[in-house]
Design a protein around this ligand. Structure first.
Ligand code: FAD
Length: 316
């Protein structure tokens, strides 16, 4: 089932959904499953699974310093299959441009299709560690809109080097957006023109970056509608769980950390108290967003369920 169909069928009722991260290489799937399990009582129709590109490590091999590619969090595809089998919900893999040629992407999408996956969140991905800006793999896509075009073409039966007689894939296409602007964009207006390009290329829904001040989301949705972007815009929510996140989240994601939230966190003497503040803030955000009729609340769980469970218990 497509995400857009779930949203339509909900008829204005806000859905609950989560994003999870594959375990570090070498770790068991069991722990991740034990974090998803308690959240199933809130009936997420879909679970998104992030994709992590290779990172490079330098190692001496036979006396020579070599750059070796290592994927620290493999398993997106397998986790999607496991989730669908175990929980009977849609798994939505993230598909990134970084590190893939167009042919490799085509094959990956065909694998997803064979597994019965009908939704994919299409992203560019970030630059490699140590690089100043994103550099596509030779023969790969430079921006998410190009990858959206590829998936859309596959949905029409058009492959890179041949045409098929029937539809090879049937993906509902999601893309990312940034209510407070993507950090590389010179302005929000420019960033939104590129978002429009992704929607015009075939994106069916949008998931936003996290934000802690709902006004950013409301203003962003208004701007989208004014630009003729009419697809569902799902807000992403992340509950604060540590004091360090007050600094690192604005630094990594270039977003505003409201002073009212930061000062509550600073008053806390331990992590349990900080988590509680994070839960309360997210509940307030969630109440207002549900009131406004958002299609879903999408929680960045970081593969931990306790805060999200506490929030969802009060909202769903
Ligand atoms: P794009 O839409 O390609 O935009 C990237 C930048 O280029 C923007 O500044 C935009 O304004 C500009 N731009 C866009 N199109 C063009 C164009 N045609 N010409 C010139 N400039 C252009 N990363 C991962 O590695 N794995 C994940 O699983 C993952 N999941 C995510 C989920 C969500 C909901 C979000 C919000 C982000 C996620 N990310 C993930 C991070 C994402 O990959 C980065 O934010 C990345 O830097 C941008 O990706 P994008 O798809 O938004 O890029």
């Amino acid at each position: 089932t497509k995400i857009t169909q779930y949203i339509e069928e909900a008829k204005g009722k806000t859905l609950f959904s989560i994003e999870i991260i594959p375990p570090m290489k070498g770790q068991h799937l069991g722990e991740l499953v034990s974090h998803i399990e308690p959240l199933m009582e809130f009936n997420p129709p879909f679970i998104e699974v992030t994709y992590h590109r290779e990172e490079y490590v330098e190692k001496m091999v036979d006396g020579l310093l070599k750059r070796i590619p290592i994927r620290k969090r493999p398993g997106t595809l397998g986790i999607c299959a496991a989730i669908m089998q175990k929980f009977k919900v849609e798994a939505v893999p993230h598909v990134i441009c970084g590190g893939f040629t167009k042919e490799e992407t085509e094959d990956f999408l065909i694998d997803l299709h064979y597994l019965g996956i009908e939704n994919a969140l299409i992203l560019r991905g970030d630059q490699e560690k140590g690089e100043e800006r994103f550099i596509p793999k030779p023969g790969g896509h430079a921006y998410a809109n190009e990858l959206v075009e590829q998936v859309h073409a596959m949905n029409q039966g058009i492959l890179l080097h041949e045409e098929t007689e029937s539809l090879p894939t049937n993906f509902c296409i999601g893309v990312a957006a940034y209510p407070e602007k993507h950090f590389e964009a010179v302005s929000l207006d420019e960033d939104m023109r590129f978002l429009k390009q992704k929607v015009d290329a075939g994106a069916d829904y949008i998931v936003t970056q996290m934000f802690f001040n709902n006004q950013h989301y409301f203003d962003f949705v208004d701007k989208c509608r004014a630009m003729d972007i009419h697809v569902p815009i799902i807000p992403g929510i992340k509950p604060i769980a540590t004091a360090r996140q007050l600094e690192i989240l604005p630094e990594i994601f270039h977003l505003e950390m409201p002073e009212a939230l930061a000062s509550e966190v600073r008053k806390c003497s331990n992590n349990a108290a900080i988590k509680q503040v994070g839960v309360e803030w997210a509940v307030q955000q969630g109440k207002e967003l549900i009131q406004a009729g958002v299609p879903a609340l999408h929680f960045y769980t970081m593969s931990k369920s306790d805060s999200v469970h506490a929030i969802a218990s009060q909202l769903f």
